[in-house]
Ligand binder design. Structure first.
Ligand SMILES: NC(=O)c1ccc[n+]([C@@H]2O[C@H](COP(=O)([O-])OP(=O)(O)OC[C@H]3O[C@@H](n4cnc5c(N)ncnc54)[C@H](OP(=O)(O)O)[C@@H]3O)[C@@H](O)[C@H]2O)c1
Length: 335
């Protein structure tokens, strides 16, 4: 049997974030946007016209039952990620699921386990991991340009928009996966684990709840050999999205790691021991397109890797323990 040359994509739900991902599926050479499903068929039709998806499904089940789709993009609210990832995997479809993976670490573990059992590829929707700038940062870390990495500090915040309707906003509902830690802290925790490739020994979290979910969250993580990390995330501060990776010989500072402020000018700084800074400018590829293309190529190239989803699952486990720490006021260890 000949291998297909493109991955045929279906999308579950007409979420806001699809304004970035639908064009990315069109732009990725190994991907083809085929179908959209919505709870409301008129919304799906409008979306299909806007984003040129030829097939409209009037339910998520109907879309998953189609045999002309290979991969499903799931940009639903977090409390629905487990249900629909598992349904998609059981329908034999590869899954790109938005962050946060789930509301609980148990759900996240089930999602990854079912994808592995069903032999389908899995990827989380964190775009910055796929940007060429991130690849350049990894090269410098692997070349030990910072010496031994000892400390990672990061922040992600933005001011909450007063136009949001609280009744219909999952980000304000704890049981639906709301709160700043799952929404924004996900990036800081993920970045820390991505840099260190280790699980923390202990975590300590503090939250500021004022709307029933954590509007702001600070976390501290300790790793073996005295390596540590700290982050804060908030929806009550100005826009910040920076990371500093500090080693014994130098540090990397990126002031917009989750998404370049100016997508045509992607850069970060390497500071040496004396503080002299070198600016690294990198390719400006669209990170959503990179994610879709990387994932589609992985699908086309064959069997899933058993490590698929491992970083996302670890991120969820660390976040859950940070939530437990904030609730108990205790520093907690990871199992
Ligand atoms: N990676 C990134 O850069 C990034 C950025 C923003 C958001 N996200 C993630 O993407 C996901 C979606 O976020 P968003 O802000 O785009 O979501 P959103 O605009 O609120 O859309 C969620 C969609 O889910 C569907 N849905 C099904 N059941 C629902 C329910 N009970 N309540 C609300 N919606 C329901 C709806 O589509 P239909 O009604 O059409 O079925 C809705 O349009 C989240 O996990 C979020 O964290 C990622």
């Amino acid at each position: 049997m000949t291998q297909p040359e493109v991955v045929r994509w279906g999308v579950l739900g007409t979420a806001r974030i699809t304004r970035r991902v639908a064009p990315a599926i069109h732009a990725a050479p190994s991907a083809q946007l085929v179908a959209i499903a919505s709870r409301d068929v008129s919304r799906a039709k409008a979306w299909s016209e806007k984003y040129e998806a030829p097939v409209v499904s009037d339910s998520y089940e109907a879309l998953l039952a189609r045999d002309d789709l290979d991969a499903i993009y799931i940009p639903l609210p977090p409390h629905l990620h487990a249900e629909w990832t598992i349904a998609a995997a059981r329908a034999g479809k590869h899954v790109l699921c938005e962050k946060p993976l789930a509301v609980t670490a148990d759900d996240a573990a089930r999602m990854i386990a079912v994808c592995r059992e069903q032999q389908v590829h899995f990827e989380e929707g964190v775009m910055w991991y796929h940007h060429p700038r991130t690849t350049r940062i990894r090269e410098l870390l692997d070349e030990q340009r910072l010496g031994e990495i000892r400390k990672i500090t990061s922040a992600f915040s933005f001011p909450w928009q007063s136009t949001v309707d609280p009744e219909n906003e999952y980000r304000l509902k704890k049981e639906q996966g709301g709160g700043s830690l799952l929404d924004l802290g996900w990036y800081c925790v993920g970045a820390t684990l991505w840099v260190l490739r280790q699980t923390p020994l202990t975590v300590f979290g503090q939250q500021t709840p004022s709307t029933g979910v954590d509007d702001s969250f600070c976390g501290q993580l300790t790793f073996s050999d005295g390596v540590s990390a700290a982050f804060d995330c908030s929806r009550q501060l100005t826009s910040r999205r920076w990371i500093e990776i500090a080693g014994t010989e130098g540090s990397i500072v990126c002031d917009d790691f989750t998404r370049p402020w100016n997508e045509q000018k992607c850069r970060f700084w390497l500071h040496d021991k004396q503080g002299a800074a070198t600016v690294f400018e990198t390719a400006t590829d669209n990170q959503e397109t990179c994610l879709v293309e990387n994932f589609s190529r992985r699908i086309l190239s064959g069997s899933p890797n058993p490590q698929d989803g491992a970083l996302a699952l670890r991120t969820q486990q660390v976040i859950e323990q940070l939530q437990n720490s904030a609730a108990s006021g205790q520093k907690l260890s990871l199992d």
